[in-house]
Structure formats: structure tokens, C-alpha cells
Design a protein around this ligand. Structure first.
Ligand SMILES: [Zn+2]
Length: 475
């Protein structure tokens, strides 16, 4: 694939008829952008001149805080029952099989295709939790960071802001159990991981990507190893985001208890200085004490509602967590869905099913459920990604999404403050006009300038992968 380069125009500012800001919905705002892509000024202005005018509602872009890009290509392939009781763990077998068959070229093509979809799904940034590092046979590439660079190229080709999280993965279970053959492309030693971080620092800085660190889970990394990774972070990437999978499945909780009598979240807080630079992915199965502990620590909980539903993980205690001031964001994780509104709808509905109530995740200061979910997820995602984005406000990134509708908005037009409620809950599809990332219009009127090349590269990659899977007799 020849990585298509962005050619979107720079904007010096914009005028919004209706925009979601930290103070709520505001009308007739003129914003001017600084050279670094932040919002320099923002003011009420009834007679704008010479600025592009957005008549449709504009909302801050959300950072997708958890993605495994390659899994986009296997969406739909695991919806067949192979065991009497199908589970996360049989899904994982297919994921391993898939992960063992992707080349760097495939990774780049699949990630670019995914990122294109995410831009049209309300996202302006991503935190890529990247754990496929090694060549097909498990040996290191000549450039061990080869597959990370493929992710970089996909982000650059699409214009989605990237926080890249190379994953440390060393074991198959608690207590440092030896990895299995299906994990051979994920496995690294601490030295190899440090070399990868060092190799990626320059390219990430040059491209404007944030680098973070990511011990895969307490199954795949021991407390001692995570402590070493945190020392590496202090040395090479001070204050950078730290992400980890935790307490996604009851089996994981039970295995943790069998290992040392402590639940996963208890184990993590026992040894790690978890603060607001951390993001705990899933954190589905929590005691009341753990809910409070995470909320108090300021860590973001990375919820992936549709993947968690798809995998049968369980229901996160969002009402309790938000009541205690907890911060959350949303991730597309397995990438079976690429629309932020669908994730937020699923999150709210999971709580309604459990509590048999409505508008559960609204707030006293923001009674519109859709607005509250979107605004909080945008800020939580930004915090997890280590970027000043997620709010249309001076000093924040000029990264926003224009909401459109293919049909006349009808009654929704008479209640514009219900725009996000409509887009999240009315089920009419999610449609965007312009998507602006750091002052660059990366999607214009619903179209990406490199769309055809990205789709063609993806189709070619799918053909290659299908040939490989067929050759192994398992498609
Ligand atoms: Zn994940």
C-alpha cells in the first residue's frame, strides 16, 4: 500500500450556529484556531464574517480510548456457535488464529479502513492498544517496531489523532505462566519492550502521536514486570498514559483470587500508583470498594459497551461509578462497531436493563442523557489519550464533528439541545458532515479525500488474508 497522504485544507476558524461546549449548548459562536490546532478564541458573534459557517450542530470529537485495529477484519466471523457454551475464550481462539496471519501491509490497510470509519462515527482520535509485534513465526522483525509503524501510517493517512500504546505481553496467566504458541506474535521481554519504546519515540514525536505504555493485563504481565515498565515510563515517557485490561471476565477474577486471594483491581492498586494518567480497560466486575477506589484515584475506566456485550462480559456499574465522580470513556475494542453513538446507547441501555429505569446516565447539571454521555465520554477519552481535546473551548484542540441528518430533522429541529439524544437514541443512523481534527478538515461533507484508495487497499488485504485462511483450511 502506498500510504495516502492527507491533503485537507487548514481552517483558521469556524462559526457555529449551535455547538456543545463545557457550558452546554451555545448558539452563534465564532471560534478562531491557533497554528498548533488549538482553539485560540471563542465568542458569541451574531454577524460572523469570512468564517466557514456550520448550520448543523457541532460537537467535540470523541477519542476512541481502546482499539485493537486488526480485529476490524474479523468482525462477523465469530458469530457461530462452536461449543455448547460459547464464551469469550472460544472467541479468543479465533482472534489468535487471525492475529497469526496478518502482514505489516495488511495491518496498515485494515487500520486505515477502521480509522476512516471511526472518523465518520464521531471519533477524532484513538488510543490503539497494540499487541501484535512479531513476525508470523514469532521472531522479531528486523525493525521490531514494524507493526507499530504500520499503525502510525494508518493514522497519518486518515488524519485520526493517535495515542499509540505498545503492549507488553509476556505470559499466559497469573503468576508468570509461560506463554502459549498462539501468543507468539505478542510476546516480548522487558529489554525488547524498552528498545521498541526507544525506537518509536522519534517517529511518534515527528508525527504528533502520543506514546503510552500498556501492560496487557495482570494475566500477561507480573507485578514486578509492571513496576519495571513504570520505571521505564519515568525515564523515557514521564507522565504518559498507562492502559491495562482488567477484570473483564469472571474467569479472570476467579483466576486472580486463586493466584493470591486478591481480585484483579485489588492486586493492581496493591502495588501500582494508579492515578489520573491511567486507563483501566473494561473493569467490568467490581466490588463496591473497588468502584470507590477507582473513582477516587481519578483513573479513567475504558468502557467498550458493544464489545463487552458481544463477548458476554457483564455489566459495568456505571451508575455507582458516576455518582462517585468516576471518569469514563468509550472504546471500540474489537471494532465490531465504529460509531460512538452506538456505544453510548449500548452503555445507557445496559444500565436500564439492569435497573429497570430510564435516563439512568443523565446528570443533575445535564439532564439530556445523550448530551451527558457524549460530553463525558469526550473528556474521558481525551484524558486517557493524554491530549487536551474533547471539549470545544479555548485552549482545547479544534477537533469537532458536524452532525447531519439525511432527512429533515423535523421536531428535533425545534429542540436543538436534543440533537445528541436524537443521534444516539432515535436509531436513524449516524451521519456526519465535516470532521475537523486540530483545525484540519479531514472529512468534508461526509467524504474523506483518500476514501477510494483506503477502501481499495483494504479490499486487497482482505483477499490476501482470505487466501491465507483458505490455504489453512479453516475459513
Ligand atoms: Zn482490549
Amino acid at each position: 500500500m502506498t500510504a495516502p497522504q492527507m491533503s485537507a485544507p487548514e481552517l483558521s476558524g469556524a462559526h457555529f450556529h449551535l455547538a456543545l461546549t463545557p457550558e452546554g449548548w451555545q448558539r452563534n459562536l465564532s471560534v478562531h484556531f491557533a497554528a498548533d490546532g488549538t482553539i485560540a478564541t471563542m465568542a458569541r458573534d451574531d454577524n460572523p464574517d469570512a468564517l466557514p459557517v456550520y448550520e448543523n450542530p457541532v460537537v467535540p470529537g470523541i477519542t476512541d480510548l481502546h482499539s485493537h485495529a486488526f480485529q476490524y477484519a474479523m468482525a462477523g466471523l465469530t458469530e457461530v456457535r462452536r461449543n455448547p457454551v460459547d464464551s469469550f475464550w472460544s472467541w479468543r481462539d479465533m482472534m489468535y488464529f487471525f492475529a497469526l496471519n496478518l502482514s505489516p501491509e495488511d495491518m496498515r490497510a485494515v487500520a486505515a479502513r477502521l480509522y476512516l470509519s471511526l472518523l465518520k462515527g464521531g471519533y477524532t482520535g484513538i488510543a490503539e492498544f497494540h499487541y501484535v509485534h512479531n513476525d508470523l513465526d514469532g521472531s522479531r522483525y528486523a525493525r521490531p517496531e514494524e507493526l507499530s509503524l504500520a499503525i502510525f501510517e494508518a493514522a497519518q493517512a486518515t488524519g485520526l489523532e493517535l495515542t499509540h500504546l505498545p503492549v507488553f505481553y509476556a505470559h499466559s496467566d497469573f503468576g508468570g505462566a509461560a506463554p502459549n504458541e498462539g501468543q507468539r506474535r505478542f510476546i516480548q521481554g522487558l529489554d525488547g519492550y524498552a528498545e521498541m519504546i526507544e525506537a518509536l519515540r522519534g517517529p511518534a514525536a515527528a508525527a504528533g502521536h502520543v506514546l503510552g505504555i500498556a501492560p496487557h493485563s495482570l494475566r500477561a504481565a507480573t507485578a514486578e514486570e509492571i513496576t519495571t515498565l513504570l520505571a521505564l515510563r519515568d525515564d523515557k515517557l514521564p507522565g504518559c498514559p498507562v492502559h491495562i485490561h482488567i477484570a473483564e471476565q469472571m474467569k479472570e477474577v476467579n483466576d486472580a483470587l486463586a493466584f493470591n486471594g486478591r481480585r484483579p483491581v485489588e492486586q493492581l492498586y496493591d502495588f501500582a500508583p494508579v492515578d489520573d494518567s491511567w486507563c483501566l480497560i473494561h473493569a467490568t466486575h467490581l466490588t463496591e470498594a473497588e468502584v470507590s477506589q477507582i473513582a477516587r484515584s481519578g483513573a479513567v475506566v475504558g468502557l467498550c459497551p458493544l464489545t463487552e456485550a458481544n463477548l458476554g462480559d457483564g455489566i459495568f456499574p456505571a451508575t455507582d461509578f458516576l455518582t462517585q465522580g468516576g471518569v469514563f470513556g468509550i472504546g471500540s475494542d474489537s471494532n465490531i462497531a465504529t460509531v460512538a453513538a452506538q456505544e453510548l446507547q449500548s452503555l445507557e441501555y445496559s444500565q436500564r436493563f439492569r435497573d429497570r429505569r430510564r435516563n439512568v446516565l443523565a446528570a443533575t447539571d445535564q439532564p439530556h442523557t445523550g448530551t451527558n454521555l457524549w460530553a463525558r465520554a469526550a473528556l474521558g477519552g481525551a484524558q486517557a489519550a493524554g491530549r487536551p481535546t474533547g471539549a470545544i473551548t479555548p485552549g482545547g484542540m479544534a477537533s469537532f464533528v458536524e452532525l447531519t441528518s439525511p432527512e429533515p430533522a423535523g421536531l428535533a429541529a425545534t429542540a436543538p439541545e436534543a440533537s445528541l439524544d436524537f443521534h444516539i437514541f432515535a436509531g436513524r443512523g449516524f451521519h456526519v458532515g465535516d470532521v475537523v481534527v486540530r483545525g484540519r478538515r479531514v472529512v468534508q461533507a461526509g467524504q474523506h479525500p483518500q476514501e477510494q484508495a483506503i477502501l481499495a487497499d483494504y479490499a486487497a488485504a482482505m483477499t490476501r488474508i482470505a487466501d491465507r485462511l483458505n490455504a489453512r483450511g479453516t475459513s
